[in-house]
Design a protein around this ligand. Sequence first.
Ligand SMILES: [Mn+2]
Length: 313
Amino acid sequence: MKDIKEKIQESNSIIIAGHVNPDGDTVGAGLALLLGLEKKYPNKKIEFVLQDEVPKNISFLKGSNKIKNIKDIEKIDYDLAIFVDSATIERVGDVQKLIGDIFKINIDHHISNPKYGNINIVRDISSTSEIMYSLLKDLEIEISLEMGEAIYLGLVNDTGNFAHSNVTDKTFLVASQLMALGVNNNKIVNDFFKTKSYERMKVLGKALSEMVFVKEKKLMYFYLPYNELKGLNATKDDTEGVVEELINYSGSEVSLFLREEENGKIKGSLRSKHGADVNKIANIFGGGGHIKAAGFTTELSTEEIIKIVVENL
Ligand SMILES: [Mn+2]
């Protein structure tokens, strides 16, 4: 901790990097850190840069307009890079190009994280945002309401509104302390979850009517080809939450959502209800994540992917 503090103090320009297709956790943790560092060190240049746009149901967070998109940024030489919620360096996508070979602090909660930083705070807890809460306290940065809301959204995002197995008494303690700061739980949950677009509802409807159940393995899966996504006038953001919906069936133990990308590659997301380790399955395809939630991208065909998943369950 002392090292992190020293490193931040001696750096004049700092880049915070979050992962591609940003979710509430990477945005929440990165934004809380950005706002906290800006307040504590007003003379430093600090930027939070993402490759992709902040999704609409996250951009209500106050301060999120300060998050930079890579296309709006000119390359400068940063002294320090802080990665949030990124299981590998590659997870930040093109933001890597802004970073290069500088000192790296890696703050993450994915068990597959290979600890690529010069300093690593990798803990197997609910979210990077939960780590960020203690980190900011350790850095003696006072948590403002805006920072608290960002962290709270991160908790809600990665715990499925406090429903997943990664929730501990500590998670609730952090949530409770954030509410004591003035965070409005009901408003955040409504703003975050109950804001699905028409296209997203249609994608969900298609998934629920076309999903396939492999009874022997209690696997529920759904494949969405790129042309069908386009046919619904939908974008990849509109497929968020499909894999979680597939595991709601009482017979499912594992769910798999496959989505074809524009370049023909297949992106897979896996969820597990009880015992199955889907991180291990995602590893087969070069991906990873957590025991109960993992993902991968592959050039294999859907038939091959499904065969491999079924064989390994
Ligand atoms: Mn996360």
